[in-house]
Design a protein around this ligand. Structure first.
Ligand code: TRP
Length: 435
């Protein structure tokens, strides 16, 4: 089975609530533990700037969301967990993609159209309150996704159009410059219900009806006490249908526990007792995570280290790909070999990069890659057998090879390679061979 790369972003503008936990955090962490999946989760803080101009809030929310994911069991060793703004390759790709995206495509984005419609209804200018950032939102999101060649993107329904746009944008790029980008697919978790909030509408920051995930115990209890119920008295049978309290319980409980509460509803449990049961059930799941969360919030430097390590890991994928894409679009070094050729002319033989294999005094086999001027681009580690060195050289020359992974394995740690320069050289070799 081939590895599936799954990627999703979380915009840090608020405090995580039970709806985020049940709808996004918990299923994503469970999915990240499945075999054959490589997960990328990130804090979309560039996206946050589109909706929020309160710097303190963005920083606080980034802290709270990072702490929530880690406290909820995300394993940063297993997944790649990072902050969007730590990856400079993303805004660079955002620009390249913007240049292959029709303005008309962006005119059709739901979020933008909704604002335009709102303005029309209010008799305002069509683009009132529309920043260029809001308009470009789908392009930045495409950059997030395409940067890591994600296959699957788990999102809410409201985001499906953005994934379709990312596919369109990737197709345009590939059409113009060759098959560099992977077309992603949206995944909507059918089994994950949206949680109702205190007033019975969808739990959402915009309705101000949320129950934050990591409230202190007594606060959590007070908040649960505020869930809207009907006016049936103790002893009167209650409806589970349409009961926000019941639905929230169900999202946390096992089947037998839910069946027991259903029974209690039929037997006329008081709303007070039902709320107590809900509080106990949620607290049972949340209490251990709450301790971890509070410890993390108290030590932001630890989370920062974790995010920095995540960014370094993410960039091991992003840096070589951006090098490849820069070359593809013509943002190239002015090395002798890349001086403009007339269309039919092949690069001069002497200008081509070369691979060389040789044996060192220690008996190990090595190879190196030099550019047309003899500049060293790759100095390999030692291999026990000449065949192994030859295979490593061959693997690098397969079109579309995963350069990051190959370089990480092949390069002598003492002589780091510049992935962009290597990508340039390999591209030249390939072009020369294809004639
Ligand atoms: N726009 C997403 C949201 O509001 C967050 C996001 C940003 C995202 N970049 C992404 C989600 C890339 C998936 C993939 O929920």
């Amino acid at each position: 089975m081939s590895i599936q790369r799954v990627l999703t972003g979380i915009t840090p503008t608020g405090t995580p609530h039970l709806g985020n936990y049940v709808g996004a955090v918990r299923p994503a962490i469970a999915a990240s533990r499945e075999p054959g999946v490589e997960s990328f989760y990130f804090l979309a803080d560039y996206h946050a700037l589109i909706k929020c101009d309160d710097p303190a809030r963005i920083q606080r929310s980034t802290l709270e969301i990072a702490a929530t994911w880690v406290a909820s069991g995300l394993d940063p060793e297993r997944v790649t967990f990072y902050r969007q703004s730590d990856i400079p390759e993303i805004p660079e790709l955002n620009w390249m993609l913007g240049c292959v995206t029709g303005k008309g495509l962006l005119n059709r984005a739901h979020a933008y159209k909704a604002q335009v419609d709102k303005n029309a209804a209010a008799g305002a200018e069509p683009d009132a309150d529309v920043s260029a950032g809001l308009f470009m939102y789908p392009v930045l999101m495409a950059a997030d996704i395409l940067m890591f060649k994600a296959h699957k993107v788990p999102v809410g329904r409201d985001q499906v159009q953005h994934i379709e746009m990312a596919r369109d944008i990737a197709s345009s790029f590939n059409h113009l410059y060759g098959e560099h980008l992977v077309l992603p697919e949206a995944v909507i978790e059918a089994s994950v219900a949206t949680l109702p909030g205190l007033d019975g509408r969808k739990m959402s920051k915009s309705y101000d009806n949320t129950i934050p995930l990591f409230l202190p115990r007594d606060e959590l209890k007070r908040r649960i006490g505020g869930i809207l119920t009907d006016s049936r008295a103790p002893g009167e049978p209650k409806e589970t249908e349409g009961s926000a309290l019941f639905q929230i319980f169900q999202a946390f409980a096992a089947e037998d526990e839910t069946a027991a509460l259903r029974q209690a509803y039929a037997e006329g449990i008081s709303w007070g007792d039902a709320k107590q049961k809900l509080f106990e059930r949620i607290d049972r799941e949340v209490a251990p995570m709450r301790d971890a969360y509070e410890a993390l919030i108290a030590h932001p430097a630890r989370l920062e280290d974790l995010l920095q390590a995540g960014a370094a890991k993410a960039r091991r994928t992003a840096t070589p790909l951006i090098g490849e894409l820069r070359h593809a679009v013509g943002l190239r070094r002015l090395a002798a070999a890349s001086v403009p050729q007339t269309q039919q002319q092949k690069p001069a033989r002497a200008a081509l990069p070369t691979f060389k294999q040789y044996r060192e005094a220690d008996g190990q086999f090595h190879f190196k890659l030099q550019d047309g001027r003899g500049q060293l681009l790759i100095q390999s580690r030692g291999y026990a057998a000449p065949r192994e060195a030859a295979q490593a050289m061959a693997a690098l020359q397969v079109p579309g090879a995963d350069l990051t992974a190959l370089l990480a394995d092949a390069v002598d740690d003492a002589v780091p390679a510049d992935p962009a320069a290597v990508a340039d050289a390999l591209q030249l070799l390939l072009a020369a061979r294809e004639g």
